[in-house]
Design a protein around this ligand. Structure first.
Ligand code: NDP
Length: 230
C-alpha cells in the first residue's frame, strides 16, 4: 500500500486519480481549496474510511502549504501528484492582463515546485518516490502551431523547465520526476468537445507512473505513453 498526495482532488482529473488510487488499495491524502464542498470526496470518505485523508490546501498560499506540511508530519509519501491547475482568461495579443498572467503562473508553474519543497523529506523517506506534474502539450514549443493562449502555454512551459531541474536535483535522493500530458480530457477545464474521459486519461497516466524508470526521470510523457516533444 502506497501513500499518495493529490492536489486539486475535488473535481476533474484530481478526483479521478483519488478514486482510482483508492480502488487499487492505496492510502490517499486528497487536498483541495474547499474539500467540504465536494460531495464526491465525502462519498469516497464514507466508503474508504481511514484510507482517505482529506485536507484543505490552496497550493498557491505559503501559509496553507506550510500548515499542510505540518499536518502531514513525518508520514512517508510515495507519490505526489501535482494536479491542481488553472487555465486562466487567455485574451488575445494586445489585451493580455498581467495580474491574470501572474495568477496562472502561481498555480501552474510555481506552486507545484513549492509543494515539492515542503514535502521533500516525506518523499526522501519513501526511498523511491515519484513526483508527477500535470503539464500540457500546450506548453510544448513543437506542438504550438496555432499561437495564442499566452498565459497557459507559457506557464506550463515554465513548469516543465522547473520540473526538469527537480529531476536532476532529486536524482541522488531517488525521487523520480515526470511531467504528464493527460490528453484533451472531458473536465471543466477540457470542456465538452474534449476527446477522452477522465477515467481513460487517469488509467493511462497511472500506467506511465507505474512503469516509470529512473532513466525516464525528467521526461515529458502523454497519458498513452508517448514522449511529448519539448
Ligand atoms: P479542472 O479545471 O477540472 O480542475 C482544476 C482543479 O485544480 C480543481 O480541483 C481546482 O480547485 C484546482 N485548483 C485550481 N487552483 C487551485 C489552487 N490555488 N489550490 C488548489 N487547487 C486549485 O481541471 P482538470 O482536472 O482538467 O486539470 C487537471 C490538470 O491537468 C491541470 O493541471 C491542467 O492544467 C492539466 N491538463 C488538463 C487538460 C484537460 O484537457 N482537461 C489538458 C492538459 C492538461 P477548485 O475547485 O477549488 O477551483
Amino acid at each position: 500500500m502506497k501513500t499518495i498526495v493529490i492536489t486539486g482532488a475535488n473535481r476533474g482529473l484530481g478526483l479521478e486519480f483519488t478514486r482510482q488510487y483508492l480502488e487499487a488499495g492505496n492510502r490517499v491524502i486528497a487536498t483541495a481549496r474547499h474539500p467540504e464542498q465536494s460531495r464526491e470526496l465525502s462519498q469516497l470518505k464514507s466508503h474508504y474510511g481511514e484510507k482517505l485523508m482529506i485536507y484543505t490546501l490552496d497550493v498557491t498560499d505559503d501559509a496553507s502549504r506550510n500548515a499542510f506540511s505540518k499536518t502531514v508530519g513525518n508520514k512517508v509519501i510515495h507519490l505526489l501528484i501535482n494536479n491542481a491547475g488553472y487555465y486562466g482568461d487567455n485574451k488575445e495579443l494586445g489585451k493580455l492582463d498581467t495580474a491574470e498572467w501572474l495568477n496562472v503562473f502561481e498555480v501552474n508553474s510555481i506552486a507545484p515546485i513549492k509543494m515539492v519543497e515542503v514535502l521533500r523529506s516525506n518523499l526522501v523517506n519513501a526511498e523511491s518516490a515519484t513526483v508527477v506534474l500535470l503539464s500540457s502539450k500546450m506548453g510544448s514549443m513543437t506542438d504550438n502551431t496555432s499561437g495564442g493562449a499566452y498565459l497557459y502555454r507559457s506557464a506550463k512551459a515554465a513548469l516543465n523547465a522547473g520540473a526538469k531541474s527537480l529531476s536532476i536535483d532529486l536524482a541522488d535522493e531517488k525521487i523520480k520526476v515526470v511531467m504528464l500530458h493527460p490528453g484533451w480530457v472531458l473536465t471543466d477545464m477540457g470542456g465538452p468537445n474534449a476527446l477522452i474521459d477522465a477515467q481513460t486519461s487517469v488509467q493511462g497516466m497511472r500506467r506511465v507512473i507505474d512503469g516509470l524508470k529512473a532513466s525516464q526521470s525528467g521526461d515529458f510523457i502523454a497519458y498513452d505513453g508517448t514522449v511529448v516533444p519539448w
